[in-house]
Design a protein around this ligand. Sequence first.
Ligand code: SF4
Length: 458
Amino acid sequence: MKKLLSGKLHILSLGCSKNLIDSEVMGGLARASGMTMAERPQDADVVLINTCGFIGPAKEESLEAILTLAQIKKQRGRDLKLVVAGCLAQRYGKALSSEIPEADLWIGTGEVGRIAEHLRRLDAGGTRRKAIVSKPDFLMTSRHERLLPSGAATAYLKISDGCSNRCAYCAIPSIRGRARSRRPDDILREAEILVGRGIREIILIGQDTTAYGSDLKNRPTLSGLLSDLSAIPGLRWLRLLYAHPAHITPDVLEAMAGRENICRYLDLPVQHIDDAILHAMNRRVSSEMIREILRQARSLMPDLALRTSLIVGFPGETQKRFERLLDFVAEARFDHLGVFTYSREEGTPAADLPSRISEKEKDRRRDAIMSEQADVSYAVNQTLIGSVQEVLMEGISDRPDFARVGRCRRQAPDVDGVTYLKKGPAAIGDFVRCRITGADHYDLFGEILFDNYRKKPL
Ligand code: SF4
């Protein structure tokens, strides 16, 4: 029998929702091995930082957080152990382990499932290797009991990991490995477990969710998975993120349009609209294909909420090509939009491309897109005034003029705006119907019509 661990673990999870799930899996494995959780690093025996490292700003944020923890460790002395996991560790762990000696162990993304062994070894007095970076091929299953925040009503569900697309600017395939889909029965099992634990909204994620199943023997489809998941009793909202435009198919849109509990919300990261840039990015999709997907999706679901992400300043993005993108932002009228400035990442094909854009110009282009999108979001949000929306309550608001906060189906957590209400249930996870009475660039404001569960006015 394996030795039980003692002591307290604090986990700091940086980056995206995919990384968050890895943190929850590692937390669950540590807890199953006997550890308890500490709210603050100061109260922990081991601090685990799960880093992000796919572009420059994410790497800087991760490094800063590691150095802050290293400082806390110095103040506390040798009894606090510091473990660095995740994308930055996978990419640079071997080099950084000698530069940041305060960290006791660096483990890559392939080591998530072996976290308990690593913690045991640390507990027993250390490890011979300070950086353990293996092939990134870990894929969680429903047997991993994730450590979810208590009282959570929303949970992400990873349907696949890794990516085989090789977009020219992206380091993720080398950090996360090739695309690996989970078996549909295992995903369904996990969804049932999550609903059994009180989760009301499940958000399907992966590096490229629309490539789901293409690596599995019997080629299960994403549309089939969506339909099966939507039949789980008690699952109120099912949402899909990261739909690569090159892989989305009409049956996915039809599943979204045809099932009441699948949110009519499409996250379609198009990255650019100029054909030469799309080609140089190796996105395997044309501007016409992107426009056709938007046409199809909107004709099937006139009430669809759309999100996208863009990259400005990719090598070769002339002023004219950038203006095409700016015009597209006004034309496409996305509800939500995020912009990254191109980050030159070593080891990616785009790192060697000529015609680079200066950082100053990239920032100018990002600001121009955001300013255009602010007008679009404001106008789109104004059209929602008077509409009735179902809202998932998320608790007490931080605004003095609105007591409660939640999200409607058009709003994904963390990346989109929220819906503020003057009154309503404070319990996280309650659903209410509300009429939208106001809107600004990002958020909606509403008043409750009646409580869905008790069917009575509040
Ligand atoms: S689809 Fe492209 S951008 Fe997204 S993770 Fe894969 S390679 Fe990177």
